[in-house]
Design a protein around this ligand. Structure first.
Ligand SMILES: Nc1ncnc2c1ncn2[C@@H]1O[C@H](COP(=O)(O)OP(=O)(O)OP(=O)(O)O)[C@@H](O)[C@H]1O
Length: 783
């Protein structure tokens, strides 16, 4: 496209481009000059550091005569260390700057804006790039895209534009917005725009082929995305965005923005992003480093809870997704996912201050050392001002004190006498505090050793106390579940007591086998946190949650509890609730309750950038009463529905479509509903002589090229071409699978093929026939 634009350049434009090229040459020269200077600085300071290191002790006045000379020596060492540290910092920061300069050399800037400050006669002209760069006199040659003034590039049209600065709002008069495509220090093309970022550049970016790694979008951030990226006000920023509307992209640029805006007060380790699965983590991991920032902490909710209960087998993504559920099970899950369940647990915790704590005996050498009755007695011996956490601390303190008393007593028991006599020379040496420890008498020595032996042996009791091993967490959780009919109204969830009792028994059986389902694990941990008085991690400043529609209100409440000081950004598409399905509908209401009294901002992104217009129009028609979606005007072939009469025919159709996509150099993902189908399909294709990568687990790496992947792992990802596997009436029939079909179809960037055996799923029955072709393999690729 750049060529097409160049072909039609007028002489005026050619002149303008030559002027810009001259400016660019000047900036590149200065960047190279700076790199040179930095190289010299790095070499010099490293040499100085080595020099200081070599002569360190020659230069230090080693003098250990008197107190004053000792002091002088210490001072002298300190001075030398300071010198070393200074040199070290100096070359390290020069190295860092060099990396930035080198990144800028690759692509110094992507935009220029001209504007007048209000009341100032002089026109200003600034260039915007990935980082700031000043010349030797401190004049800005490039502004960081995150600098306050750069916002005007993304914010509005020409004319009056307001932008936020740390000191409040500023207004300028914007007279020019120019975009550049620069490669190897040459301007490939440039566009002046009158609208927000010209569609031309966006079209070019979006028309590119997919990559196994997500790319940054700084050059073409859209106005509404910019609002998400630069928000510094909201305690909760909630983004509802259609599939492909750039939620994930916006959030990654937002992390980069926040790290810049709060530089010095915020580090990447204080930002956590919760993502749908590990594959997705890999997919996005390059974006921040590309922007010159460190990656934030990334994890899935499963990982977040799983690491705290290594002994329990938690339901995997696959099990969660594929488990067939009865109506009662669905209702139980609904209950356990609710805020009411969260509150019931808090109420139960208050009740525990008075009664019903469950303890385990602490044993020593197979015998009860502190009985659970004794522990319970201590626990409830404190007055009513003691809350759960204090009670536990108080109990532990008392137990430790009692243990110390018992150590003295225990030293006189027979087993200790015997153990001391049997100590080897080696054991003895380890026990003495100094090699030649002296004692007044043999008796004293014996007492000393006996005490050491007892302390060593009783270490297990000590540990049991310290590590709360006397808490009977599992029995406690079951007790909480049994109490539920008293704490909330089961009939609100369409359940009766008998069904609930059966559920408690089910949880008990699973616990015996060390297994737990996802809804239980959060409640189990929250209960433990209540009992231990844990108040969460106050050091985390920002929490991002992607694909929020797959979280339950309980999980979100639990995350909020865990990160009490954090500001939350939640992104999702209520149309894509593939785990929580209908329950996601009132999620936003529930979240608002969670953040009541705090600043909430809700932003909607409706334009879908991932897919061509025909694909977006088709996917939009799958949904009934869904959230708003607008297509981006990028053309391509209509989605194609291929019906096969039987399985061999289905395979033949898939192979034909794969061949066609390959010929157009598009990578294809065949998305099946379940993992079993993916495995079968991979084998069937192999039998037909076609090898294809199977993504079976989230812990795999995404490879370039064609893949087969089950639906729940394709979340958040995108591919040039999608083949939706067997969207037949038999495979997809339940109304609550509509969102799943939408999620699958909306992964496609350029081509979408729907295959089905026999009869097409009724979920597509209402899609107008004008929105797709049927029976033929699609022909035209995106130009
Ligand atoms: N402003 C933009 N400039 C260029 N590309 C963009 C822009 N916004 C979004 N895109 C592209 O659109 C595609 C979809 O973006 P992204 O994955 O962030 O959307 P999403 O809303 O998280 O989608 P989903 O909910 O379906 O996972 C990506 O390829 C992204 O690079």
């Amino acid at each position: 496209m750049a060529d097409k634009v160049n072909e039609t350049l007028s002489s005026e434009q050619i002149k303008l481009q030559a002027q810009e090229q001259k400016h660019l040459d000047g900036v590149v020269e200065k960047l190279k000059h700076r790199e040179n200077q930095l190289d010299k600085k790095i070499k010099r300071t490293q040499a100085e550091e080595q020099g200081i290191n070599k002569t360190f002790f020659d230069d230090v006045k080693l003098n250990y005569g008197s107190d004053t000379t000792n002091m002088e020596t210490a001072l002298s060492i300190h001075q030398q260390q300071q010198l070393l540290l200074e040199r070290n910092n100096s070359w390290r920061s020069a190295e860092e700057e060099k990396v930035t300069v080198q990144r800028l050399e690759q692509n110094p800037y992507f935009a220029r804006v001209d504007f007048h400050e209000h009341g100032e006669p002089r026109k200003e002209k600034i260039y915007i790039g990935l980082s700031s760069f000043t010349d030797d006199k401190g004049k800005f040659l490039i502004y960081d895209w995150r600098a306050p003034i750069s916002s005007i590039y993304y914010e509005g049209k020409l004319g009056e534009v307001t932008y936020n600065t740390p000191d409040g709002e500023q207004t300028v008069d914007l007279s020019l917005k120019r975009q550049f495509l620069i490669k190897d220090d040459q301007i490939q093309s440039m566009f002046d725009t009158t609208e927000t970022i010209g569609d031309q550049m966006l079209l070019e970016v979006l028309g590119e082929k997919s990559t196994p790694q997500m790319k940054s979008i700084v050059t073409t951030i859209q106005k509404e995305q910019n609002q998400i990226i630069r928000d510094t006000d909201a305690d909760l920023l909630f983004v509802q965005g259609a599939a492909g509307s750039g939620k994930t992209s916006a959030v990654l640029q937002r992390v980069a923005f926040l790290l810049y805006r709060y530089r010095g007060n915020l580090s990447a380790s204080q930002v956590i992003m919760f993502s749908p699965n590990q594959l997705f983590n890999d997919y996005v991991e390059n974006v921040l480093p590309e922007l010159g920032e460190q990656n934030m902490v990334q994890m899935t909710y499963g990982q977040f809870v799983g690491r705290r209960v290594p002994h329990l087998d938690i339901q995997s993504l696959n099990e969660q997704f594929e488990a067939e559920k009865t109506e009662t099970q669905k209702q139980i899950i609904n209950l356990k996912s609710s805020l009411a369940f969260f509150k019931a647990l808090q109420a139960y915790a208050v009740h525990l201050e008075k009664a019903d704590m469950r303890f385990k005996d602490i044993k020593f050498k197979g015998k009860v050392y502190y009985s659970k009755q004794k522990i319970k007695e201590i626990y409830y011996s404190f007055n009513e001002n003691y809350h759960l956490g204090n009670r536990l601390d108080g109990t532990k303190e008392k137990l430790i004190r009692s243990l110390n008393h018992r150590i003295d007593k225990e030293t006189k028991s027979d087993w200790v006498q015997e153990a001391v006599q049997n100590l080897s020379q080696d054991d003895l040496q380890k026990m003495y505090t100094t090699v030649d420890q002296e004692f007044n008498s043999g008796d004293d020595e014996f007492k000393f050793l006996a005490r050491q032996v007892v302390v060593q042996q009783l270490e297990s009791v000590h540990r049991a106390i310290n590590k709360n091993q006397f808490l009977n967490s599992r029995a406690q959780y079951l007790n909480f579940l049994r109490m539920i009919p008293k704490l909330l109204d089961l009939s609100n969830y369409g359940l009766d007591e008998a069904q609930w009792t059966a559920e408690v028994e089910r949880v008990k059986t699973h616990l015996k086998a060390h297994e737990m389902s996802m809804p239980d694990i959060s409640a189990y941990l929250f209960l433990y946190d209540q009992i231990t008085g844990k108040h969460g991690n106050r050091d985390i400043h920002f929490i991002f949650i992607d694909e929020i529609q797959d979280y339950t209100p309980f999980q979100l409440a639990y995350l909020k509890y865990n990160f009490p000081k954090a500001r939350f950004t939640m992104l999702g598409d209520l149309n894509q609730a593939i785990f929580t399905k209908d329950a996601s509908e009132d999620l936003l209401d529930q979240i608002q309750t969670l953040f009541s009294g705090e600043k909430i901002k809700v932003v909607q992104l409706t334009r879908s950038y991932r897919s061509t217009q025909p694909i977006t129009d088709f996917t939009k028609a799958i949904l009934k009463n869904g959230q708003e979606i607008a297509a981006f005007d990028r053309q391509g072939p209509l989605p194609n529905i291929v019906l096969a009469k039987d399985e061999p025919q289905l395979l033949t159709d898939i192979l034909a479509q794969l061949a066609q996509n390959d010929a157009q150099e598009m990578s294809t993902a065949i998305i099946t509903k379940t993992l079993a189908q993916s495995e079968q399909l991979q084998q069937d294709l192999k039998d037909r002589g076609h090898d294809i990568t199977l993504i079976r687990s989230e812990n795999q790496r995404l490879a370039a090229g064609d893949i087969v992947i089950p639906s729940y792992l394709a979340k958040g990802l995108e591919f040039d071409a999608i083949i939706a596997y067997d969207l037949s009436a038999e495979n997809y029939h339940a109304e609550d699978e509509r969102q799943l079909v939408y999620t699958i179809a909306s992964r496609a960037m350029h081509t979408l093929t729907i295959t089905a055996q026999n009869q097409l799923t009724p979920l597509l029955a209402d899609v107008p026939q004008t929105l797709y072709t049927q029976g033929v393999t699609s022909v035209v690729a995106n130009d």
